[in-house]
Design a protein around this ligand. Structure first.
Ligand SMILES: [Fe+2]
Length: 300
């Protein structure tokens, strides 16, 4: 039988574990941890022996104190040392979080990203937060955001429903990048009553003019069921692995498909998707079981 003293001890222990877990989830995992997650993928349509190492950074969400300019610079130098043939940035540079001391200005985070380098270059798409926090872009209902501009000015190729042919020594491939699928927020002042995507998958893939394999960058993985098998691999971010992930399950995932595309390497009907757990936080500065990561994909 549990004595009163034993009950108090158990209760106290549970509180201590709860406090320690919370401190870790707020103060350690999002701020201090960084890991590399590597996938070896040989998807159909990708020529065997056509080696390509992709290094992907997603969901930076620049803000003080959770993702400072200094931390972004450190992450970029870490990513440079991973031996990537190509570096891709998968969107959400801006933080919309309220629990911040201040935002890191776009010119500042873009300057940090400008140190990234790889033999086949650095290539970027935009995410929903890059659109949502840009009120001019919301009012215009399209065009480009501040993030598009500062990335371009930092010498980074920006893809907005565009495909480019890239010549590597091991073979050519197409890199396609979708504009964001949730770009425009609902709002009475903009006469919008739901989210509007600016993505154009058919228009993007129509730019592919030969048989070289295709890699697709799409911030939200929710487009994946519509991606044709002609695309060898889709690369996404956005979900942050749910930010809280236990035993391969994320209780909250910003996806209409729940855990189906929450994290990692997904294969459906022979089509391949790699979803990065990302680097920063959104909504709340919490990560537990989903540490900030740089995703590496080895193809061929
Ligand atoms: Fe996102």
């Amino acid at each position: 039988m549990l004595t009163r003293r034993g009950m108090l001890k158990t209760f106290g222990g549970l509180i201590a574990v709860g406090l320690a877990s919370s401190a870790y989830a707020v103060g350690i995992e999002p701020l201090l941890r960084l890991r590399t997650t590597t996938y070896r993928v040989v998807p159909p349509g990708w020529p065997e022996g056509q080696k390509l190492r992709i290094v992907a950074l997603a969901d930076i969400h620049a803000c003080e104190p959770w993702m400072t300019a200094r931390r972004i610079g450190d992450i970029c130098r870490y990513a440079n040392d991973l031996g990537g043939d190509i570096i891709v940035l998968l969107g959400d540079y801006i933080s919309s979080m309220r629990a911040v001391w201040s935002q890191v200005l776009p010119e500042i985070w873009a300057a940090e990203l400008s140190v990234l380098h790889a033999p086949l270059g650095v290539h970027a798409i935009l995410g929903n937060h890059d659109w949502w926090d840009d009120l001019d872009a919301q009012a215009a209902g399209g065009g480009e955001t501040v993030s598009h501009r500062v990335l371009r000015e930092a010498g980074i190729a920006v893809y907005s429903n565009r495909a480019a042919r890239i010549e590597a020594t091991t073979g050519a491939f197409w890199l396609a990048g979708l504009e964001d699928q949730l770009a425009l927020r609902p709002g009475r002042r903009w006469n919008r009553f739901g989210y509007v995507g600016l993505d154009d998958l058919p228009g993007t893939l129509a730019q592919v003019t030969d048989e070289a394999p295709i890699l697709l960058m799409a911030h939200e993985p929710d487009i994946f069921p519509q991606v044709p098998s002609r695309v060898s691999l889709t690369l996404s971010g956005h979900t942050h692995g749910g930010q809280v992930r236990l035993f391969g399950y994320s209780p909250m995932v910003p996806s209409a498909y729940g855990n189906r595309f929450a994290y990692g390497h997904v294969i459906e009907e022979g089509r391949h998707l790699c979803v990065s757990g990302g680097l920063g936080c959104s909504i709340a500065p919490v990560r537990f079981g989903s540490p900030p990561e740089v995703m590496v994909v080895d193809l061929g």
